[in-house]
Design a protein around this ligand. Structure first.
Ligand code: HEM
Length: 526
C-alpha cells in the first residue's frame, strides 16, 4: 500500500503533506498514517466484503414480490433448478411457496404462475400488461419479427393479418378439411404398405403434419421421400430436442457465448441460418410467379400486402417479416401436432381397451365405408374425450412460452414488476389433482358425465389462454381429430411382437415428447 501511495506521488497523499490554510492536515495525516500501514491483503478483503454486501443487497427479493427461495449473490436461484428439468423444479417449488412464486434467474426476475384461477386472472384479465415476449436467446434471434417472438405494433399487426388470412385459407374451416383428409389418406396408405412391420413413425408423421400447414403457407406439399424437405424437418427436430432451449438459455443468454457450445446455442443458430435459406427460396419462387389476381396461398397474400404498404415509411409488412412468419408456422405447426399424435399412439398402445372403445364408437356412428369427417365430431363423444385426455396427459408445452411484463402489475398483494419474465405453468392445470382425479393416469372417461355428455373440456388449456394463445389451435384440433379417428378406424395399434408397450416417461426438450418408440399397425381391412 505504502508503495502504491508513494508511486502515485500526489502531494496530498504524501505523509509529509501540510495544509496551507487550516489544520485539516492533522486528520489527513492520521488517515495517511493508517493507510500506510494497511496491507494489500487487508485492502482486498475490504473490497471483497464490500462487493459481497452490495451484491447481497442487490440480489435480495423486494418485500412486495411473490415469495420464493432466498437468492444467492451472483447466481440468484439457479441452484434451485439443478437437475436440468425445470418442470419438476417448478412443481417442487410450488409445493413450498404456493401458486405464484418468484425466482431470480440471470438478470431477470422470473414469476412462475400456477393454477387455473391465477392463470386466467393474469393472462386473460391483465393480459394487456403480461403479453409481451422477453428478449431471451431464441427470441432475440428473430429480432422482433414474425409472431412468436415479436412485441408491440409489429406483433399486433402480424398476428391480426395472419389470423385473418389463415382463416380465409382454411384454418378451422370445413373447406380445408378435404385437404387434410387427402394428407391423412396418403399417411394411412404409407402405414398400409408397411404390412404390419415395426417402424418409428416420427419422421413421416412430421412430414405429413407439416404438409397441412405448408399447403396453406406456401401452397404445396412434399413427398415423404423428398430429400430436401426431409433434411429441413430433421433440422427442426434437432432444435426441438434441445432441452437447454426451454431452460438455461431462456434465463442465461450468456451461456450461448461459452466456448465449446456446451448448451448447443451455436448449433441452434446454425440450424436457423440453414432453415432461413429454405424460406427465402420459397419467397423467391413465389415472387417469380406472382400474379396479384391469382393469390394462391398465404405467401402470395403477404406479398400483395407488402406491395400495398410499400410507400409507408414504418410499415411492418416486409419480406423479412414474411420469412419469419413462414418460419413461425413451419416451426410451431409441425412438431407440436405431430408430438401430440405420437403421445396418442403411446397412450393407445398402453391402453388397448381405449382403442377398442374408440373403434366401436366409430363403427357404430360411421361404419367402415367412409373415413371420419369433422361433422362426425358431435356424435363421437368418446373419441373427442380421448383427444382431450391426450392433450392433457401429453402436456407437450408444460411451461408454455415465456411472457414478459410491460408495466408493473399488482395482484393478490404482490408486485409483478415491469421487465419480469412470467412462466405460465400450463402443467399445473393439466396435472392438477383437484381438476383431474388420478391425474397421472390416462382416463378419457373423466370428460364424459353419467348421461354420456362431454364435460370439463375447457379445463384442458394445452393451447394456453389470453392474447398470446396458440394461433394454430383450430388447425391443430382439425388435424388431431382427423388423423386419430381415421387411424383407429383402419388399424389396430400394437407393440412390436414380444415387446412391451412404450414407456409413458417423456423427454423435456422444447416440448414434452415421448421417448423414441416403434409400433406395428395391423390393417383391419383384409
Ligand atoms: C397440439 C398442437 C399445439 C399445441 C399444444 C400448441 C400450443 C401452443 C402454446 C402453449 C403456445 C404459447 C402460448 C403463449 O405464449 O401463451 C403456442 C403459441 C403459438 N402457436 Fe401453437 N400449439 C399447437 C399447434 C400449433 C399449430 C398447428 C400452429 C400453426 C400452424 C401453431 C402456431 C402457434 C403460434 C404462431 C404461436 C405464437 C402465438 C403468439 O405469440 O402470439 N401452433 N402454441
Amino acid at each position: 500500500m505504502k508503495y502504491i501511495i508513494e508511486k502515485i506521488n500526489f502531494p496530498i497523499l504524501r505523509s509529509d503533506y501540510v495544509c496551507q490554510h487550516c489544520e485539516c492536515n492533522t486528520k489527513i495525516r492520521k488517515v495517511m498514517a493508517y493507510l500506510l500501514n494497511v496491507s494489500i491483503t487487508e485492502v482486498l478483503i475490504g473490497i471483497t466484503v464490500g462487493l459481497i454486501c452490495w451484491l447481497w443487497m442487490r440480489s435480495r427479493r423486494p418485500a412486495d414480490f411473490p415469495p420464493g427461495p432466498i437468492p444467492l449473490p451472483l447466481i440468484g436461484n439457479v441452484h434451485q433448478l439443478s437437475g436440468g428439468n425445470i418442470v419438476k423444479a417448478f412443481r417442487r417449488l410450488r409445493k413450498e411457496y404456493g401458486d405464484i412464486f418468484s425466482l431470480s434467474l440471470g438478470s431477470s426476475w422470473v414469476i412462475v404462475v400456477n393454477g387455473a384461477d391465477d392463470l386466467r386472472e393474469l393472462l386473460l384479465k391483465r393480459g394487456d400488461s403480461i403479453s409481451d415476449r422477453p428478449n431471451i436467446f431464441i427470441l432475440k434471434l428473430r429480432d422482433n419479427h414474425g409472431i412468436i417472438a415479436s412485441n408491440g405494433t409489429t406483433w399486433r399487426q402480424q398476428r391480426t393479418f395472419a389470423h385473418l388470412k389463415l382463416r380465409d385459407f382454411g384454418f378451422g374451416r370445413r373447406s380445408f378439411e378435404s385437404r387434410i383428409s387427402e394428407e391423412v389418406d396418403i399417411f394411412l396408405k404409407y402405414l398400409e404398405d408397411l404390412k404390419g412391420k415395426p417402424f418409428d413413425v416420427s419422421e413421416k408423421l412430421n412430414i405429413s403434419v407439416s404438409n397441412n400447414v405448408m399447403s396453406i403457407i406456401i401452397g404445396r406439399r412434399f413427398d415423404y421421400d423428398d430429400p430436401k424437405f426431409k433434411y429441413f424437418i430433421g433440422l427442426l427436430t434437432a432444435n426441438f430436442k434441445n432441452a437447454a432451449l426451454a431452460g438455461p438459455l431462456y434465463f442465461f443468454p450468456i451461456l450461448a457465448k461459452l466456448p465449446g457450445d456446451m448448451f448447443g446455442a451455436k448449433k441452434i443458430v446454425d440450424i436457423s441460418v440453414k432453415l432461413r435459406q429454405f424460406y427465402r427460396d420459397e419467397i423467391a419462387e413465389h415472387k417469380a410467379s406472382f400474379d396479384e389476381n391469382n393469390i394462391r396461398d398465404f405467401t402470395d397474400a403477404y406479398l400483395k400486402e407488402i406491395a400495398l404498404h410499400k410507400n409507408e415509411k414504418d410499415t411492418t409488412f416486409t419480406e423479412k417479416q414474411l420469412m419469419w412468419l413462414i418460419s413461425d408456422f413451419f416451426t410451431a405447426g409441425t412438431e407440436t401436432t405431430s408430438t401430440t399424435l405420437r403421445w396418442a399412439m403411446v397412450f393407445l398402445l398402453n391402453n388397448p381397451k381405449v382403442q377398442t372403445k374408440m373403434r366401436k364408437e366409430i363403427e357404430d356412428v360411421i361404419g367402415s365405408g367412409r373415413p371420419p369427417q369433422l361433422s362426425d365430431q358431435k356424435n363421437l363423444n368418446y373419441c373427442v374425450a380421448v383427444i382431450h385426455e391426450v392433450l392433457r396427459l401429453g402436456n407437450i408445452s408444460p411451461t408454455s412460452l415465456p411472457h414478459s411484463v410491460s408495466e408493473d402489475v399488482f395482484y393478490k398483494g404482490y408486485k409483478i414488476p415491469k421487465g419480469a419474465i412470467v412462466m405460465p405453468m400450463l402443467d399445473s392445470v393439466l396435472s392438477d389433482e383437484s381438476n383431474f382425479t388420478n391425474s397421472h393416469e390416462f382416463i378419457p372417461e373423466r370428460f364424459i358425465d353419467n348421461d354420456g355428455n362431454l364435460v370439463d373440456l375447457d379445463k384442458v388449456i394445452a393451447f394456453s389462454i389470453g392474447k398470446r394463445n396458440c394461433t394454430g389451435e383450430s388447425l391443430a384440433r382439425m388435424e388431431l381429430f382427423l388423423y386419430l379417428t381415421s387411424l383407429i378406424q383402419r388399424f389396430e395399434l400394437v407393440p412390436p411382437e414380444g415387446e412391451d408397450p412404450p414407456t409413458l416417461e417423456g423427454f423435456y426438450g422444447t416440448t414434452h415428447s415421448p421417448l423414441p418408440f416403434t409400433l406395428r399397425v395391423l390393417s383391419r381391412h383384409k
